[in-house]
Design a protein around this ligand. Structure first.
Ligand SMILES: NC(=O)c1ccc[n+]([C@@H]2O[C@H](COP(=O)([O-])OP(=O)(O)OC[C@H]3O[C@@H](n4cnc5c(N)ncnc54)[C@H](OP(=O)(O)O)[C@@H]3O)[C@@H](O)[C@H]2O)c1
Length: 240
């Protein structure tokens, strides 16, 4: 049966591919983007009646509030799945001495604080599905946020700010899962692989299609036992 999804950062890259694959299989999608009108990818899909374009700047309290009100109005019976995908990588290659306070705070604000704010606003919409229905939240993390996997503190060329922020995303996943697990939610962190997007670059080995089909397979098959865990796009468990 078709389910209803919210995808943040849907304008391009992994977010856009989530929207494409969900629509292809008949699901209903609220595609949330800073500027849906200027996203060529979203505009190309806009004739689909199962697609709802929503303006959402995850850094703006006002925008989050307006997006939540709009989704609530269009989906009065609630939403099944929230995909917290929006993220930034910050400046590449900076080690801790080269990382300014501003850089660290800027990346943290989008990758952690905004995920918390968006989740606070949207969880009540998922709760509307009722206690008998499984609700799911995928927080987009990265292998670079896995402290136990990190061999090199520069994060393979990514900046320290990004690595620290994604470790923060992972702790947020644990905090959310611990509270929401009692309400029939499954919350987990996902690593999409190193993927060919604006962020991942052209050298990346994984296509957006393969990354998203793998993550959707995990999302579809996830169970209560997986609440609060961390998986890659091939369903392998990643250590914190
Ligand atoms: N690609 C990889 O190899 C890789 C690996 C590990 C993890 N990830 C994670 O996967 C997620 C998606 O990455 P991607 O590769 O698709 O990156 P991307 O191509 O750079 O796209 C990032 C998306 O996030 C959106 N975004 C950024 N800040 C936002 C904000 N304040 N409000 C709303 N949307 C915002 C962007 O919107 P605009 O178009 O408006 O800028 C864009 O849609 C990120 O969380 C990233 O950290 C990616």
């Amino acid at each position: 049966m078709a389910k209803t999804y919210i995808v943040t950062g849907a304008s391009r890259g992994l977010g856009l591919e989530f929207v494409k694959q969900l629509l292809k299989r008949g699901d209903i999608v609220f595609a949330a983007a800073r500027n849906p009108d200027s996203s060529k990818g979203l505009q190309a899909l806009s004739g689909n009646e199962k697609l709802h374009l929503v303006q959402l700047d995850a850094l703006s309290e006002e925008s989050i509030k307006a997006a939540a009100a709009e989704i609530e109005k269009k989906a009065p019976e609630g939403v099944d799945v929230l995909i917290n995908n929006a993220g930034i990588c910050g400046e590449m290659g900076l080690d801790f001495e080269q990382t300014s306070k501003n850089e660290l705070v800027k990346v943290f604000e989008t990758n952690v604080a905004a995920v918390n704010e968006v989740s606070k606003a949207f969880v009540p919409i998922l709760r509307k599905r009722g206690a008998g229905c499984v609700k799911k939240i995928l927080n987009m993390s990265s292998l670079l946020g896995s402290i136990s996997s990190m061999e090199d503190a520069t994060g393979y060329g990514f900046g320290v700010a990004y690595c620290v922020s994604k470790a923060g995303t992972n702790m947020l996943t644990r905090a959310m899962s611990s509270k929401l697990g009692k309400e029939n939610f499954i919350v987990y962190s996902s690593h999409p692989g190193w993927v060919q997007t604006d962020m991942g670059g052209g050298e990346a080995p994984v296509t957006t299609e393969a990354s998203i089909s793998g993550m959707l397979a995990r999302l579809d098959s996830i169970t209560a036992e997986d609440n609060g865990k961390f998986f890659d796009f091939e369903s392998k468990t990643i250590g914190w």
